[in-house]
Every structure is written in structure tokens, then in C-alpha cells.
Design a protein around this ligand. Structure first.
Ligand SMILES: C[S@@+](CC[C@H](N)C(=O)[O-])C[C@H]1O[C@@H](n2cnc3c(N)ncnc32)[C@H](O)[C@@H]1O
Length: 271
């Protein structure tokens, strides 16, 4: 079953959007000139940024499979959905447990248009879409579609995959994550990935900090400690806080250099 709630805003092709830029890096077709320019600019600073995007997407797949197959999770709140591509959250979860239910949340109207067309559920499960902003967690939690799709008395996996770095400012992500987690029952999970400058040279770190301070990038990188604090009070699932490519890699997978990935990952369980 699939729910389609109405989109609220218009698509603006003249301003780079994270979802379309990520789609460009992943080799998709849904991007405009502004997205490609912004993607190329970041790629000049981080030449392996596409490798990081692929590693992040592969992590989404492995973590979702872990949650469905090993942790018994059947409900997912996936904020920062991105444009549909291979192995979307509900596809991975429903391949393990067809009754899985997913609420997709994104603030990009183009994501919503594609999601409604392509992210269709198994008959036993359910997918819903809401256009909403992570900066307003209360609205996501109170949304009628969220409440109709997910049972807040049963564990829910909160998926914040490559989205928290669009929340600008030191310490700005933590209150948002806390408010979302407070609404979830014990046994729920947080999965997060986050861009970082930790593996850059001091000179690269200085240059990137300058870009952030001057608002010349929309990706607000965070250091390991600030990322790890998002999991305060949760039980971290092994191997803990690691680069995306090092979180439960497929057996035999080649592990890239950390400085090629630049994405922290962790999975935690609410006690
Ligand atoms: C890099 S993509 C990640 C997609 C997917 N989670 C993944 O990891 O493959 C980031 C997504 O977050 C969305 N996004 C960015 N800021 C957001 C916000 N404040 N609220 C909701 N969604 C946001 C973008 O529109 C985009 O679809």
C-alpha cells in the first residue's frame, strides 16, 4: 500500500539541490546544470567524493538489511530520502520482511515527485511520503501520514543518512536528533551517516572551514566527537563509530582509504 500526500512547493532548477547533486555523483539522470556545477566544485576539493557517495549508499543498504534481518525492525522513518535509486530503504527492508512500513521524508519537491512515482510498497507493507524539513522535527512527528503509517508503540528505525550535514552550525544537529529519538519507544534504532573533514590535511580542513564560514557550501561537516554525541544514551551496535565503508562490510570487500570516504557512520539502539 502506498500513500501520496500533496507536495507543497515548486521545483527550482536554477539552485543546486543536495538530492540532485548526489544523484549526479551516483551516476543518475535527475540533475540540472546548477547541480552539476556544485557537484564538480565539491569534487575539486574532495576528488574522491563519488566514492564517498557510493560508500554511503552501500551503507544504507547494509544497515537496513541489518535492522530488518537481525534486529527485527519493521518500521522505518527515513528522513532525507534522496532521489529513488537502486535499493531504496523499503525495497531492502521488504525483501527481508514484506510487511515493513516506511515513511519517507524530504524537503526537496523533486524528490517527492519521483518518490511518489517510484517508491511503491509491497502489498503487505506500506510506504508514505511527506514533504517536510528536518529542521522542524515536531512537524514530522505530528504529521498525520507519519502517524497513520507508523505505530509509535513499536520500535522504529530513524534513518538519518547523509542528511544531518545539511543542518548548519556547531551543536545544531543534536537537539533535532534528540527530539526525534524522544518520540520513539525503547528498542528503536538510530542510523546516521555524516560528512566529515576529519581525514583531510590540516590545510584542507582550514580551507573547508572557511567555505562553511563564508556559506559557500551547503555541507556542514562535523568532527567525530560531535557525531558520536548524537548517539549519547544509546547502545552502539558494533563496530561503533566508523567510516561508512567500515561498518559491517560485506565479506571480502575492499576497504578504501578513510580520506577517500569522509563519512562517519554509526547505528545505536534506544534502551
Ligand atoms: C545526499 S541525499 C541522501 C539520500 C539518502 N538518504 C542516501 O543516503 O542515499 C540528502 C537528502 O536530504 C534531503 N535534505 C537536505 N536537507 C534536508 C532537510 N533540512 N530536511 C529534509 N530533507 C533534507 C535532500 O533533499 C536529499 O534528498
Amino acid at each position: 500500500m502506498t500513500d501520496r500526500s500533496a507536495g507543497l512547493s515548486e521545483i527550482d532548477a536554477t539552485v543546486a539541490h543536495p538530492a540532485r547533486r548526489y544523484n549526479y555523483w551516483l551516476g543518475g539522470k535527475d540533475h540540472y546544470a546548477a547541480d552539476r556545477e556544485s557537484g564538480d566544485q565539491l569534487e575539486r576539493m574532495f576528488p574522491k567524493v563519488r566514492l564517498g557517495a557510493l560508500a554511503n549508499r552501500a551503507l544504507l543498504r547494509r544497515a537496513t538489511r541489518f535492522l530488518a534481518a537481525e534486529a527485527g525492525i519493521r518500521q522505518f522513518l527515513d528522513i532525507g530520502t534522496g532521489l529513488p535509486t537502486a535499493d531504496n530503504t523499503h525495497e531492502v527492508a521488504q525483501s527481508v520482511a514484506p510487511e515493513s512500513r516506511v515513511v519517507y521524508v524530504d524537503n526537496d519537491p523533486m524528490v517527492m515527485v519521483h518518490a511518489r512515482a517510484l517508491l511503491t510498497s509491497s502489498p503487505e507493507g506500506r510506504t508514505s511520503y511527506i514533504e517536510a524539513d528536518l529542521n522542524d522535527p515536531g512537524a514530522i512527528l505530528a504529521d498525520r501520514t507519519t502517524r497513520e503509517t507508523l505505530d509509535f508503540d513499536q520500535p522504529i528505525a530513524l534513518m538519518l543518512i547523509a542528511v544531518l550535514h545539511f543542518i548548519r552550525g556547531n551543536g545544531a544537529a543534536q537537539p533535532i536528533v534528540r527530539e526525534l529519538l524522544e518520540a520513539l519507544p525503547a528498542g528503536s534504532f538510530l542510523v546516521a551517516t555524516h560528512a566529515t573533514s576529519d581525514f583531510g590535511t590540516p590545510e584542507q580542513q582550514r580551507l573547508y572551514q572557511q567555505l562553511m564560514d563564508e556559506r559557500k557550501t551547503d555541507v556542514w561537516t562535523r568532527p567525530r566527537d560531535e557525531f558520536a554525541e548524537l548517539f549519547d544514551g544509546l547502545e552502539l551496535v558494533a563496530p561503533g563509530v566508523v567510516p561508512a565503508s567500515e561498518w559491517r562490510p560485506e565479506p571480502g570487500a575492499e576497504i578504501p582509504e578513510r580520506s577517500d570516504i569522509n563519512v562517519w557512520t554509526a547505528v545505536g539502539r534506544k534502551l
